[in-house]
Design a protein around this ligand. Structure first.
Ligand code: GRG
Length: 336
């Protein structure tokens, strides 16, 4: 059936599937205390490309984990994560939803006045603009917590205990100081260094003193770690061997770097209405970016090289890897 759908249709179907899983696993908006549940749903639902959730689902499918799927009845909604409900959602979709919840948390916190202080995200006002800073901080915290609550119940969705534990630790490592948060810390610390250091891009200096190394560190941690976790979690869902896990991780490395280079380019060249957020913020904040360090043309060709490497790492899958290869191309050419 996949073969009869265009890539765009597959993408839309994947995004809808991820959205439905998130919806199923979040508390209802009127569940007390309702303001926090409304704020969680505001940022976790109704927007975003759903790349991370789609990566989990498609990787799981690629490695043969689709047998955990069941017909998905959207009623009643997931007020609590009961065993019956988790079984109905399934381990693959629950994992995809958990990753997107965690991603939504990182976006809420990234937009806060103490971080990037952004007013718009996904074409609508940022969480703190709508609910206030206190609730926004808590909504982020609650989404992060809910993500692990969902993963903690994967055995109810039919996954064995070893794989469930691997998924929990994989996401925790990616989200922690060795991943997302570590990248964000170095990003915050490097703000304003751009003008002073850009000219020194290829110069001497120890690792993380050279801008090129710093930039790579920030993006492999802040952006790449979560993409890598998506591929690896998809692999764990299918119980793959370590050599296959390594190929999937390689794909994620190339995908993540290219994604971030394009993100940097979009902040310079993109259209605000299409992006759903302000552009030019990297330059205003003196952030180290690929176009600032290498120029737009070189940055774009670097992105292309990363995408080619990502696709190459899936060669063992042959035609079955076509969707993930198309997704890599999509990331290279994306406009939002
Ligand atoms: C503990 C304060 C605190 C934060 C958690 C903020 C943070 C750590 C990490 C930052 C995460 C972040 C914003 C990374 C940048 C990656 C990026 C460009 C995200 C946007 O991803 P898309 O384009 O977004 O996939 P959509 O809206 O499509 O889901």
């Amino acid at each position: 059936m996949m073969g009869t759908l265009s890539f765009q249709d597959q993408l839309s179907r994947g995004a809808a599937e991820v959205e439905a899983a998130i919806e199923a696993l979040l508390p209802m908006p009127d569940t007390p205390p309702s303001p926090i549940h409304q704020a969680m749903r505001y940022s976790a639902l109704g927007g975003g490309k759903r790349l991370r959730g789609i990566l989990v689902i498609e990787t799981a499918r690629l490695v043969g984990a689709q047998d955990t799927w069941r017909e998905f009845d959207q009623t009643p909604k997931g007020v609590c994560l009961s065993a019956e409900w988790m079984a109905q959602v399934g381990a693959v979709r629950a994992t995809a939803a958990a990753v997107e919840m965690l991603h939504a948390y990182s976006l809420i916190h990234d937009d806060l006045p103490c971080m990037d202080d952004d007013d718009m995200r996904r074409g609508k006002p940022t969480n703190h603009r709508v609910y206030g800073e206190g609730i926004a901080v808590l909504a982020g915290d609650a989404l992060l917590t809910r993500a692990f609550e969902v993963l903690g119940r994967l055995e109810w969705a039919g996954l064995d205990a070893t794989a469930s534990a691997a998924l929990v630790s994989e996401l925790a490592v990616a989200a922690g100081t060795g991943g997302l948060i570590g990248g964000q810390v170095v990003d915050l610390e490097s703000e304003g260094r751009l003008s002073a250091d850009a000219a020194d891009a290829g110069g001497a200096g120890s690792a993380l003193e050279r801008p090129a190394d710093l930039l790579k560190y920030i993006h492999t941690h802040k952006t790449g770690a979560l993409f890598a976790a998506c591929l690896r979690m998809g692999g764990f869902l299918g119980g793959v061997e370590s050599s296959t896990l390594e190929r999937l991780t390689e794909y994620a490395r190339g995908f993540g770097m290219a994604f971030q280079i394009v993100d940097d380019l979009l902040d310079v060249e993109g259209d605000e209405a299409t992006l759903g957020k302000q552009v030019g913020s990297d330059e205003r904040r003196g952030k180290l970016t690929f176009p600032a360090l290498y120029g737009a043309d070189r940055a774009r060709s670097m992105a292309r090289e990363h995408i080619e490497a990502a696709k190459e790492s899936l060669s063992e899958f042959g035609e079955r890897g076509a969707f993930l290869c198309n997704l890599a191309d999509f990331v290279l050419h994306r406009e939002h």
